[in-house]
Design a protein around this ligand. Structure first.
Ligand code: ZN
Length: 67
């Protein structure tokens, strides 16, 4: 099995822009709309941090917080 097969089997995931965790889109309870894009979060705290200042988190590469 190649690495590509592993990725194809994964459910549709999105990266939490705050902690960079992968979030399952179909299970995510915490989402935010920003500039026409939906962002997914692992926890209400991450969503709150994003909502307060989306630009900072979208432009920063390293995770804003460590889990
Ligand atoms: Zn998070």
């Amino acid at each position: 099995m190649s690495i590509l097969d592993i990725f194809r089997k994964k459910p549709d995931t999105a990266k939490d822009p705050i902690c960079h965790m992968l979030v399952d889109k179909s299970n995510s309870q915490f989402t935010s709309q920003y500039k026409g894009t939906t962002y997914y979060f692992c926890a209400p705290g991450c969503k709150h941090m994003f909502d307060e200042n989306p630009n900072i988190h979208l432009n920063s590469d390293p995770p804003a917080i460590k889990m």
